[in-house]
Design a protein around this ligand. Structure first.
Ligand SMILES: [Zn+2]
Length: 276
């Protein structure tokens, strides 16, 4: 009922006014949840709790898919950053010098908080793109995001020093082609953040190109537009495309305190592909 009302409102409220209204709503939420337990590095505010979120399909819990399912405290009430954005932030700021030099960055399906933060950095040359699949980008999706098809990128070889392709590959039927493209446009020495939802209950990635209905995908893969569940073999897929794989888990690298403040999941490793 509430979401229907929201959809009707969106139809009649002009975009600029909608953005303004949402801004006020976020200020209200930020004040409502204000506290000392969690921090958001993007908006700089602290909260007693964050917003819950995620999809609720049995397969997610049966296979313990990390990065999926209903989770408490995942979304910042003030700027709507998610835990996946804060994990990338932590990696980039604590483990790399990438953003303090003149780097070329490609951000695919760009998340709002990360996008605003990267766009603000005058050092970097920042490009972003999305394929605009239906049901995926919402009403508030930034109007300045360009078009990009990860299986057929319009960029030249070795064009980017950093690629952020976060929670994208599980949507792409031909992920082998996507990985080849990402590898191609990454510069030698470059870094690609290739995070996906993953289950360590399964040795081999589960996928079937004949599964195409939204209902079946929800039942088997945990979301209407996911085309697989990545398993234990995920790093091997990255290696096959040419990447050297690095895993970053802040809880195992002396960053547990800050990771807890960002409300990150101790079980979640960030997968990073390097081009040597
Ligand atoms: Zn925030």
């Amino acid at each position: 009922m509430f979401s229907e009302l929201k959809n009707i409102l969106k139809k009649f409220v002009p975009f600029f006014l909608g953005v303004k209204l949402r801004g006020w709503y976020q200020i209200f939420l930020g004040l409502w949840f204000k506290g000392n337990k969690y921090d958001c590095p993007f908006c700089g505010h602290s909260f007693r709790k964050m917003l819950a979120g995620g999809e609720n399909h049995p397969v997610i819990y049966q296979k313990h898919i990390i990065g999926a399912g209903i989770r408490e405290n995942i979304q910042c009430p003030r700027c709507f950053s998610k835990e996946r954005d804060r994990l990338v932030y932590l990696y980039l700021t604590q483990k790399t010098q990438l953003l303090s030099s003149k780097v070329r960055v490609l951000h695919l399906a760009p998340e709002g908080a990360l996008r605003a933060w990267l766009k603000d950095n005058k050092f970097i040359k920042y490009l972003m793109g999305d394929k605009y699949e239906s049901g995926y980008t919402d009403y508030y999706y930034s109007r300045d995001v360009g078009y990009a098809d990860v299986t057929n990128l319009q960029y030249t070889d070795n064009e980017f020093d950093l690629i952020i392709c976060n929670h994208v590959l599980e949507h792409i039927v031909d992920d082998e082609k996507a990985l080849a493209e990402l590898y191609r446009v990454l510069s030698p020495g470059g870094t690609a953040i290739l995070q996906v939802p993953i289950s360590y209950d399964i040795a081999e990635t589960e996928e079937d190109r004949n599964i195409t209905s939204q209902e079946d995908r929800k039942r088997l893969y945990g979301q209407f537009d996911h085309v697989r569940i990545y398993g234990y073999d995920y790093p091997k897929r990255l290696e096959k495309a040419g990447f050297s794989v690095v895993r970053f888990n802040p809880f195992k690298e002396g960053l547990a305190g800050i990771a807890q403040r960002y409300s990150l999941n101790p079980k979640e490793d960030l997968f990073i592909g390097l081009k040597n």
